[in-house]
Structure formats: structure tokens, C-alpha cells
Design a protein around this ligand. Structure first.
Ligand SMILES: [Zn+2]
Length: 490
């Protein structure tokens, strides 16, 4: 079988990429899908297991209600029709990390169908809407660990039975860029919904792609291949480019595409066919005899819909309206729910959204980046940051002093007023104190003072600088300027 050739744009230009994506999303539940074991990531191997998720004879699954609610939330946010009746099915296959010998999933009667997701605009500013085929509930398998022991594979079943949803899109994506945009919007939506940790490194998001190529203008779908083993969104984009280019090369030389599974090799930047054993499936699906049909009442479905958290697109629209943010600020400040909440709390308490945005995007994000911390663990509370911004607005601390106060707030967690006072950073604006500093500087620089009085206006800045220095940065520069002007009768 051919390896992926280098991208041949001349050939590829004549073809169109057609992609559908399947995303597996680990739901943020406390326990597993069908037993009471913890669903937490990162425990010692096999500590979170019980007869149900080990697949011991006689153990019976009991469906986790929280998993159903999170799945329904996701389905609603993707504008799906949620079925009042859906059926769990067994998907039978043998694999060492699948102790039951089957996975409980949903097959011909899934939880939800026929949704859509808006993923932004193409370069010609036409909106792009991707249809969602289905959203269904299933359980995860365990993990085979090939790197723990030299000559053997170890099995960790902590993940076996953890609840997932699979979100399947229609083949509506037309480029790797489309695919990247879809994945990013979907990930952000799921994060805003609070249904998943959306952490790719910990495996709570996994993506497979179905891709085919066809001549531009053709409306029939070509033969597709499935690309697996991509562990980042940019990996998905690169894998699609590689597979598309391979398909274009074959089509252009008159060969046919064989429907098969390809594996992405990120280290070598290429796709290669999975061994036929990895690809050939006869899952012999049948309804899960140990679980009744999942029946959801219309009332309950409406209730869940009503309580959906604000979605990214709605938050963006509201931030534009309430805080008059520009597109660049919006992108940053709505990039996560927690950051958006933080900004909003500061903006509301302080009143000046622009100042709040500047501080959150500048000092706050800068600090988080430097200390590699998340906003969830950030020490400065919104109320204290807005308190600091109030001090700046009221002329009680200068902008540069505010940065020192902020640094101290991160260290000590103290309130800005306390710190400014303790560290002598409160701005001095009373005429007596300012007058003393002005007198001192004037008497130290008699020649410049004469020239300034004689009309050399540009020396005013020099004097302000010297007075600021004399006051150790505490003089209110606005008042200093006024006093200087008064003294020369300006
Ligand atoms: Zn269990």
C-alpha cells in the first residue's frame, strides 16, 4: 500500500475534500456509566473497578442519571432532536482492555439525531453550518499500557465503563481548516455546557475522521477512508491533508480508493493503512438485554433545555452588547467560561469594561502564562482587582504603582487598599506635600527653572519627572503639572 506522498497542490486543486468527524467526549460525571466506581482520571491502575465494570458474571449495569442529563444537554446545544425512547446495544468485539467482550453503546435508536452546529464563516464570509447526524451514549474501554513492562502489555481498567457521548457529523466539512474550526467550536461548546473536561491529553476528547476526495463540481460522494489515531486538533488537520493528498494521487493516476482504516503517524507526518485485523469489524450489534429502553419524558427534556448554560455564541453576542468589546478582545475573553466569568465580575464591579478587559488580558493572563496557572487557581479575586481599578480611576494610585500593588496582591492575597497604604504607594495630591517636592526640585535646578519660566515649555516634562522621582512615584502627576503651570502663571 502507498504511503502518503508529499502534498501535491497542483493535483489536489482539482479535487474537493469531503470530511465527516466523529468525536468521543468523556462526560464529567462523578461515577462511571453503569456502576458506582469513580470516573476520575489519574488513579493508580485498576483501583476504580468493581464486578460490573470488570465484566464479572452476574453483575448487572445500572444507568447513571447524571450521564444522561449531560448527554441531553450536549444534544440540545447541538439543536438535535432528542428521542423520548432510545435503546442500548452491545457492540461485540474482543480486545484485552474490554473485559466484557462487548461495549455498551447505542446503535439504531440513539439518544439524539438531526442537529447542527455553526462554525463561523468562510473567507468569502458565507456562514458554515455543519449538520450533526447523531449523539449517542456509550461506555469507554480500558487502556492497554505498552510502556510499563519490557516484554508485556499491562491493562488498566480504571477507564472501563466511563461514560462517553459520540457526536457524529454529516460529511459537510470541505477542508482541513473547516475540520479544525468545527472541532474548536464543538470543544468550546462542550466546555461552556460543563459536560466534559475537554482535555485531549487525558483522553477526554478523541476524534476519528471519515474523508473522501471528489472532482470539484461532482455531487456524488467518493469512497471514504477512516483516519484514526490523531491526538490533537492540529494533528487532525495535518492527517486530513496527508490522506487527501494520498487519495488525490491515486485518483489522478486512475486508481480506485479502497474503503479502509488509516492510522495517523504524527512523528512521521504520514498516514498508513491499519492492519486488516485492526480494521475489519463485524460487531454483531444486538439490544442490551440487561438495560431497559431509555425513556425520557418531554417535560424533563424541556426542563434540561431551559437550564442550558449560556453557549459561546450567546455569550459573545451579549459581551458585544453589554461591554462593547471588539473582536480580538472577545476571542480572548470568551475563550473559556471561567475567564469570561472573571472578566465579567471585574467589569460589573468596576464599571469600566474597557479597563477591566485591558487588565484581565494584560496583567492577569500575563501572570497566568508566566506562572503556568489556570484562572481557576488565580489568587486575585475579581472583587480585589476591581478595587484596584477603582483606586487607579480615583487617582489614588498611579498606573505604575497599580502594577506593583497587583504583584503584591498575587503574593499576599491582601486587599489593594491595604497594600497601597502599607507600601506607601498611595498617590499624594494635597498641595502642601506636592509644594514641598516642587520647591526642593526647583532649588536643585535653578538654571532649568529660569529657562522654563522664560518660556521653554518642553522643560515641564523634565520637572514632572524629577518631582515624581523625588516623591518616590507617589506624587499625582496631574496635580504636579497643574502646580508647575500655576507657578509660571500658565
Ligand atoms: Zn465499576
Amino acid at each position: 500500500m502507498t504511503m502518503a506522498p508529499a502534498l501535491v497542490p497542483a493535483i489536489c486543486d482539482r479535487y474537493e475534500m469531503v470530511v465527516g468527524l466523529e468525536m468521543h467526549v468523556q462526560l464529567k460525571t462523578r461515577t462511571k456509566a453503569f456502576c458506582n466506581c469513580s470516573a476520575q482520571f489519574g488513579g493508580a491502575p485498576n483501583v476504580n473497578t468493581c464486578p460490573v465494570c470488570l465484566g464479572l458474571p452476574g453483575a448487572l449495569p445500572v444507568l447513571n442519571a447524571q450521564a444522561v442529563e449531560l448527554a441531553v444537554r450536549a444534544a440540545h446545544s447541538l439543536c438535535c432532536k432528542v428521542n423520548e425512547v432510545s435503546i442500548f446495544a452491545r457492540k461485540n468485539y474482543f480486545y484485552p482492555d474490554l473485559p466484557k467482550g462487548y461495549q455498551i453503546t447505542q446503535y439504531d435508536k440513539p439518544l439524539a439525531e438531526n442537529g447542527h452546529l455553526d462554525i463561523g464563516e468562510r473567507s468569502d464570509s458565507s456562514p458554515v453550518t455543519i449538520r450533526i447526524t447523531r449523539v449517542h451514549l456509550e461506555e469507554d474501554a480500558g487502556k492497554s499500557l505498552h510502556d510499563r513492562f519490557a516484554a508485556s502489555t499491562a491493562i488498566d481498567l480504571n477507564r472501563a465503563g466511563v461514560p462517553l457521548i459520540e457526536i457524529v457529523s454529516e460529511p459537510d466539512l470541505r477542508s482541513s481548516k473547516d475540520a479544525g474550526a468545527y472541532l474548536r467550536v464543538l470543544k468550546q461548546t462542550l466546555e461552556f455546557l460543563g459536560v466534559s473536561d475537554v482535555n485531549m491529553e487525558e483522553g477526554s476528547l478523541r476524534v476519528d475522521a471519515n474523508i473522501s476526495a471528489r472532482l470539484r463540481g461532482e455531487t456524488k460522494l467518493g469512497v471514504k477512508s477512516e483516519v484514526k489515531n490523531m491526538n490533537s486538533f492540529s494533528g487532525v488537520e495535518r492527517a486530513l491533508e496527508a490522506e487527501f493528498s494520498r487519495q488525490c494521487g491515486l485518483l489522478d493516476s486512475g486508481q480506485r480508493i479502497i474503503q479502509q482504516t488509516m492510522l495517523w503517524d504524527a512523528a512521521r507526518e504520514e498516514v498508513r493503512p491499519a492492519r486488516s485485523k485492526e480494521a475489519s469489524h463485524d460487531y454483531r450489534y444486538f439490544p442490551e438485554p440487561d438495560l431497559p429502553p431509555l425513556i425520557l419524558s418531554q417535560d424533563w427534556l424541556c426542563e434540561v433545555k431551559k437550564q442550558l448554560p449560556e453557549l459561546p455564541r450567546d455569550k459573545r453576542a451579549r459581551f458585544i452588547k453589554e461591554y462593547a468589546l471588539g473582536p480580538a478582545d472577545l476571542d480572548v475573553l470568551t475563550s473559556s467560561v471561567l475567564l469570561a466569568d472573571y472578566f465579567e465580575a471585574v467589569a460589573r464591579q468596576h464599571g469600566d469594561a474597557k479597563a477591566a478587559a485591558n487588565w484581565v488580558m494584560g496583567e492577569v493572563l500575563g501572570t497566568l502564562r508566566m506562572t503556568n496557572t489556570s484562572i481557576a487557581r488565580f489568587r486575585v479575586r475579581p472583587a480585589d482587582l476591581s478595587g484596584l481599578l477603582n483606586l487607579v480611576r480615583d487617582g489614588k494610585v498611579s498606573h505604575s504603582a497599580a502594577k506593583r500593588v497587583f504583584a503584591s496582591m498575587i503574593e499576599s492575597g491582601d486587599r489593594p487598599e491595604q497594600i497601597a497604604e502599607r507600601e506607601g504607594l498611595l498617590q499624594v495630591s494635597d498641595s502642601d506635600s506636592l509644594g514641598m517636592w516642587v520647591d526642593a526640585v526647583v532649588s536643585e535646578n535653578p538654571d532649568e527653572w529660569e529657562r522654563y519660566r522664560g518660556g521653554e515649555k518642553k522643560l515641564q516634562g523634565v520637572f514632572v519627572g524629577k518631582i515624581m522621582k523625588k516623591s518616590a512615584g507617589r506624587a499625582d502627576p496631574k496635580r504636579v503639572n497643574q502646580i508647575l503651570s500655576e507657578r509660571v502663571g500658565g
